[in-house]
Design a protein around this ligand. Structure first.
Ligand SMILES: [Zn+2]
Length: 61
């Protein structure tokens, strides 16, 4: 599965960018933790990937 490249920062409402990278042959899986850093306030956000979270084109396969 593929986490969102950017999310909304919970601290300031700015754009937080995906920090974590995985090789193509070892992709993210549900339960993995992905880190984002806000470009505005540098707040770090850690998200746990959730199997229930449908991500665009990857949904329903
Ligand atoms: Zn922020």
């Amino acid at each position: 599965m593929e986490p969102a490249k950017t999310i909304t920062c919970v601290e300031c409402g700015g754009t937080a960018h995906l920090l974590s990278q995985r090789p193509v042959d070892d992709p993210f899986e549900p339960g993995d933790t992905v880190a984002y850093t806000c470009e505005d306030c540098n707040h770090r956000l850690d998200l746990v990937l959730d199997e229930d979270e449908e991500v665009g084109e990857f949904a329903g396969q």
